[in-house]
Design a protein around this ligand. Structure first.
Ligand code: MG
Length: 394
C-alpha cells in the first residue's frame, strides 16, 4: 500500500483484477503494468498520426491524438497527486482514453457511425475498450492487453443502456454494470474525464489561434479566457506589443489552465471532505460524481466549449476538409464490404469467417475495426489506391 494514497483512492494491491489471472510483477504495481502495456501497444503508436481537430497533414505544430493524450495524462497526474489518488492509474486511463478514435477526428467517427447504422453503430469510447480488450494482439494466450478492471472502467466513460447490457452479458459484474446500476466510476476515472475537457479547451484555443481560424481579439467574447488575457497583460504590459501576441496567448492559456486545475482540486477536496469515504467502492456508490469544477467554473468552461464549437469546430474551413474525410471513410467502408480481400490479411481472414456464417454484421464490425485503426494518412493513401482519387494531402 502506497502511504501517499488516500483511503478513497484505487489501491493496486486491491484491484478487482484482470480478466485472465496473471502472476504479479516483481517491480511494478498492477496499474504501472497497465500503463506500460498501453504505451507499448500498436494503437498507441498510431495516435501520433490521428487528427485531434486539425487534420494531420495541415501542419506539424497542431495537436494530434498522441500529444493530446500526453497533455491529459500530465494534467490528470498533477491533480491526482494533490488529491492523494492513484497517479499511475490516471496515467494509464489518460493514455488509453482515445485509442478507439477513427482517423479524421469526430468527422471520421460520425461517418463510420452512419456506415454502421444497420450493424450496431460505431462509438469511439466503446472502441477504445474494444482495442484494449480484443484488437491488440500481443500475448500468446489471449486477445487484447488484459488490463485491470479499474483501467477498463476509466476507459469506458460513456455507454448506452443497450451496450451496457451486452457488456454485462459477456462479463457479469464487469465494466458495463455501473451504467445499469447508475453508479459512479472510481475517482481516477472521474478525474481523467475532466482532465480531457480541461486539456482540449486549452489546446484548441492555442491551435485555433495558430491556424488563424480564430483570433485573440475574438476570444474576448469568452469570459473565462478574457479574464486571464487581461490579467496577463496587467502583469506584463509588454505583452501588448504586436510581436508579443504569441507570448500573450501562451501566458493567458497557462493562467487559465492553472485556475481550472486549482478549482478542480479545491472543489473536489471539499466534496471528499464532506463525506467519510472508506474506500474506492464507497466512491462508486456516491449519488453523483465527486471530481468536478465549482458551479462558476463549470458554467464558464461550458461557455468556452460553446465558443470553440461554433467558431472553430464548425468553421467553414474545418468543415470543408471534414467533408473530404467523411467521403474517404464512406468509400472505404463500401469497398471493403464489397471486397473484404482488399483489407490487410488478418482482417480479410476475420471478415471471411463473417461472410461464411452469413452474418453481414460480423463482416461490418471487422471493416469498422480496420478503418477505425487507420491513421489519417494511411486512410488517405488507401483511399487513393482503391479509388484513384487524391482528396487530402498526405
Ligand atoms: Mg480526449
Amino acid at each position: 500500500m502506497n502511504p501517499a494514497l488516500a483511503p478513497y483512492a484505487c489501491d493496486p494491491a486491491r484491484t478487482r483484477g484482470r480478466r485472465y489471472a496473471e502472476v504479479a510483477a516483481p517491480t511494478r504495481t498492477e496499474y504501472q503494468r497497465d500503463r506500460d502495456r498501453i504505451v507499448h501497444s500498436s494503437a498507441f503508436r498510431r495516435l501520433v498520426y490521428k487528427t485531434q481537430v486539425f487534420l494531420n497533414h495541415e501542419g506539424d505544430m497542431f495537436r494530434t491524438r498522441l500529444t493530446h493524450s500526453l497533455e491529459v495524462a500530465q494534467l490528470a497526474r498533477s491533480i491526482a497527486r494533490s488529491l492523494g489518488i492513484n497517479e499511475d492509474l490516471v496515467e494509464a486511463i489518460s493514455l488509453a482514453h482515445d485509442l478507439g478514435h477513427t482517423p479524421f477526428g469526430h468527422a471520421g467517427q460520425d461517418a463510420l457511425n452512419e456506415c454502421m447504422a444497420a450493424f450496431g453503430g460505431f462509438e469511439h469510447n466503446l472502441q477504445s475498450l474494444r482495442v484494449v480488450d480484443t484488437l491488440e494482439e500481443r500475448y500468446p494466450d489471449y486477445d487484447g492487453l488484459n488490463l485491470t478492471f479499474e483501467t477498463r472502467e476509466g476507459i469506458l466513460k460513456h455507454c448506452s443502456r443497450r451496450h451496457a447490457e451486452l457488456i454485462e452479458a459477456r462479463e457479469p459484474g464487469g465494466v458495463g454494470q455501473r451504467f445499469l446500476l447508475r453508479q459512479q466510476p472510481a475517482l481516477e476515472a472521474q478525474l481523467c474525464n475532466l482532465a480531457d475537457e480541461i486539456a482540449y479547451n486549452a489546446h484548441d484555443i492555442d491551435d485555433g489561434v495558430r491556424s488563424g481560424l480564430i483570433t485573440l481579439d475574438q476570444l474576448q467574447q469568452v469570459p473565462l479566457f478574457d479574464r486571464f488575457r487581461r490579467q496577463a497583460l496587467a502583469a506584463h504590459p509588454h505583452l501588448g506589443k504586436p510581436q508579443s501576441r504569441r507570448r500573450w496567448l501562451n501566458e493567458a492559456i497557462r493562467r487559465m489552465l492553472s485556475a481550472q486545475v486549482y478549482d478542480v482540486i479545491d472543489t473536489t477536496r471539499a466534496a471528499l471532505a464532506a463525506r467519510a469515504l472508506a474506500d474506492a467502492d464507497a466512491v462508486r456508490q456516491s449519488p453523483g460524481p465527486l471530481v468536478g469544477f465549482s458551479d462558476g467554473m463549470r458554467a464558464e468552461s461550458q461557455a468556452l466549449k460553446r465558443f470553440l464549437f461554433s467558431q472553430l469546430y464548425r468553421h467553414p474551413q474545418v468543415m470543408e476538409t471534414t467533408g473530404h474525410a467523411q467521403q474517404i471513410v464512406r468509400d472505404l467502408f463500401g469497398i471493403y464490404m464489397a471486397r473484404p480481400e482488399e483489407m490487410k490479411p488478418a482482417f480479410a481472414a476475420r471478415a471471411r469467417v463473417g461472410t461464411g456464417s452469413g452474418e453481414a454484421s460480423i463482416q461490418a464490425r471487422v471493416v469498422a475495426d480496420f478503418i477505425a485503426g487507420m491513421t489519417d494518412r494511411f486512410a488517405g493513401r488507401e483511399h487513393e489506391r482503391l479509388t484513384g482519387l487524391h482528396l487530402l494531402g498526405h
